[in-house]
Design a binder for this molecule. Structure first.
Ligand code: GLU
Length: 298
C-alpha cells in the first residue's frame, strides 16, 4: 500500500506553497487508495512554535486534506534519533559557522556549503584541546547516489562532492533534519515522499542514510515551486500568501481551484474540492517548470 505524508514545519501558518505541496501529496495517495500520515517537523526549538502545530492540523482539515495517522512530534524523539545516529560513522566538528562560511559561496540551491573535511582527521589530542561543544558530521564515502524522481527524472549525485560530510547532530544536541526525516519516514512506513523541488538536492544525502541504515528507499516526487512572475521563489515572508490572510479573501475551494489549475490538473480555475480532483489526478499533468501564481491573486 502507498503511504504518503504531510511533513510541515510549525514555524508559521501554512503558506500557499505548503498548501500546494500538501494538496499534491494527498491527491497522489488518495488516487492510489493509500494512507496518509501527518508528521509535524518541530525539530528546531528556535523556529517551532506550539501555537502553529494546532493551526497546521486545523488548516489541513479546513482545506479537506485529511490523514489516517499522526506521528509523534519530532521534539520528543531525541532517543529514537540517537539510536540511529549511533549506528553511523560520525566525527566531532569544531568549526564555527563563521569559519565555514567565510571563504565560500553556497554550493547548491538549498544554500549548502561544501564541507571540506577540516575536522575529519583531527587526532584525539587535537580534539581534547578544543573547548567548544562539537557538532557531529557523517563521514561520507565517495559513492554516487542515483534515483528516479517522479517529476524530474534521473538524478545523480556524489554527496561527498556536492556537500561533503554533513551535520547529523548540532552542537546544541538537536538532531539534523537530514537524519530525522529519514528515520521518521522509514519508521512511519512511508513509501512516497512528495515535497518541494528545493529539497531535490538533499535527497541523495537522505538516500545515503536510508541505505546505510538498511531502510527501504521510498519513491521521491519533488514538485515545482510557486514563483513570482520574475521567477523569484515565494517565501514565508510574503504575508499576504499566508493561509490566514488568504482565507479572508478566498474560500478553501477557491484556493484549491486556483492551485489545481496552475498545476495543470484542471481546465479552469473555478472552485473545487480536493475530493473532486482525485479521479482525474495524474503526475504526468504537472509541469517541470516552476509555477507563476501571483496573477491569480490580484
Ligand atoms: N518540513 C519541511 C517543510 O515544511 C518539509 C520536509 C520534507 O518534506 O522532507 O518545508
Amino acid at each position: 500500500m502507498t503511504v504518503g505524508r504531510f511533513a510541515p514545519s510549525p514555524s508559521g501558518r501554512m503558506h500557499l506553497g505548503n498548501v500546494f505541496t500538501a494538496l499534491l501529496a494527498w491527491l497522489s495517495v488518495r488516487s492510489q487508495g493509500g494512507k496518509m500520515l501527518l508528521r509535524i517537523e518541530d525539530l528546531d526549538p528556535e523556529r517551532s512554535k506550539p501555537e502553529f502545530i494546532h493551526a497546521l492540523r486545523e488548516d489541513l482539515l479546513l482545506l479537506g486534506l485529511d490523514w489516517e495517522e499522526e506521528m509523534p512530534l519530532q521534539s520528543g524523539r531525541a532517543e529514537v534519533y540517537e539510536t540511529y545516529f549511533s549506528k553511523l560513522p560520525v566525527y566531532p566538528c569544531y568549526c564555527t559557522r563563521k569559519e565555514l562560511h567565510s571563504a565560500r559561496a553556497p554550493h547548491s540551491s538549498d544554500g549548502t556549503f561544501l564541507y571540506e573535511g577540516t575536522c575529519r582527521h583531527l587526532s584525539p589530542a587535537q580534539r581534547a584541546e578544543k573547548s567548544r561543544a562539537p557538532s557531529w558530521r557523517l563521514a561520507l564515502d565517495h559513492r554516487e547516489i542515483s534515483f528516479i524522481d517522479g517529476i524530474y527524472g534521473l538524478q545523480k549525485q556524489i554527496p561527498a562532492q556536492a556537500c561533503g560530510d554533513f551535520i547529523l547532530r548540532r552542537a546544541d544536541g538537536v538532531y539534523a533534519y537530514q537524519l530525522a526525516v529519514v528515520v521518521d519516514d522509514a519508521l512511519g512506513g512511508v513509501t512516497e515522499v512528495v515535497r518541494g523541488r528545493d529539497l531535490l538536492d538533499s535527497t541523495p544525502r537522505q538516500i545515503w542514510l536510508y541505505e546505510r541504515l538498511g531502510f527501504p528507499v521510498p519513491k521521491f516526487i519533488h514538485v515545482p515551486l510557486l514563483v513570482a512572475p520574475d521567477g523569484r521563489r515565494l517565501s514565508k515572508r510574503e504575508a499576504d500568501l499566508d493561509l490566514s490572510a488568504l482565507l479572508l479573501r478566498y474560500s478553501p475551494q477557491e484556493l484549491t481551484g486556483i492551485l489545481a489549475y496552475a498545476a495543470g490538473l484542471t481546465d479552469s480555475p473555478g472552485p473545487i474540492t480536493p475530493q473532486e480532483l482525485i479521479h482525474s489526478f495524474a503526475w504526468s499533468k504537472l509541469p517541470q517548470e516552476n509555477i507563476s501564481i501571483l496573477e491569480y491573486f490580484k
